[in-house]
Design a protein around this ligand. Structure first.
Ligand SMILES: [Zn+2]
Length: 206
């Protein structure tokens, strides 16, 4: 059963409280969305404090990232959300966060991807049932031209249908799920793995 706009808006508001509370969406950064219908997404509007979102702080867009609510300005990164809904029909929610760990780790990693292996928590990602596999997370260089960035992300998605998330260097994380709770679980798993990886690197330097 599909959820109503009011229910999805509430999920976005609650996600914002949680993600802001964990320190993963500081200073009005980040954006969140949910699929409203096959051709529409409900997204956070630009520039709002994510711990204090209200029902009016979301808007409907089409899958090309255009606002369907005159007077409301969508987030600059809307296209990166709608691109994911178009990529896979089963995606129901997309979360983009700006944590310190995602920012630092993506800057420290000079290659174009990060590989997690042998972590039990990899099983929190959709489709993964054992630690005995690798989760490859691509890192795209940051770009203020979001359409250009989306064009760089698309070939990776097309070639990696099992991709569970990606990083933008010095910027943040994109991950998604069939439902908002699935997407939130993946943010948490990613943040745990980012923290582990940073701690491992710090200790290995001693
Ligand atoms: Zn961002």
């Amino acid at each position: 059963m599909s959820l109503t706009r009011a229910q999805l808006a509430q999920q976005i508001i609650e996600a914002g409280r949680f993600l802001y509370g964990r320190g993963w969406s500081p200073a009005t950064s980040s954006n969140y969305s949910a699929r409203l219908s096959p051709g529409e997404a409900l997204l956070t509007v630009s520039g709002k404090h994510k711990g204090q979102l209200g029902e009016d702080d979301v808007l409907v867009t089409d899958m090309a990232g255009n606002s369907l609510e005159p007077g409301k300005k969508p987030s600059a990164e809307t296209l990166l959300h709608t691109q994911l809904y178009t990529w896979k029909a089963e995606i129901g929610a997309v979360l983009h966060t700006h944590s310190a760990s995602a920012t630092v780790l993506s800057r420290l990693t000079l290659s174009d991807s990060l590989v997690f292996a042998d972590y039990e928590l990899q099983k929190a990602f959709a489709g993964i049932t054992t630690h005995e596999c690798q989760v490859c997370v691509p890192i795209f260089d940051n770009d203020q031209d979001i359409a250009r960035l989306a064009r760089r992300v698309q070939p990776w998605l097309d070639e990696h249908p099992d991709c569970v998330g990606y990083l933008i260097r010095g910027h943040g994380l994109y991950t998604w799920g069939a439902s908002m709770s699935d997407a939130l679980r993946q943010v948490e798993a990613f943040e745990f793995l980012f923290d582990c990886e940073l701690k491992m690197r710090a200790l290995q330097r001693v």
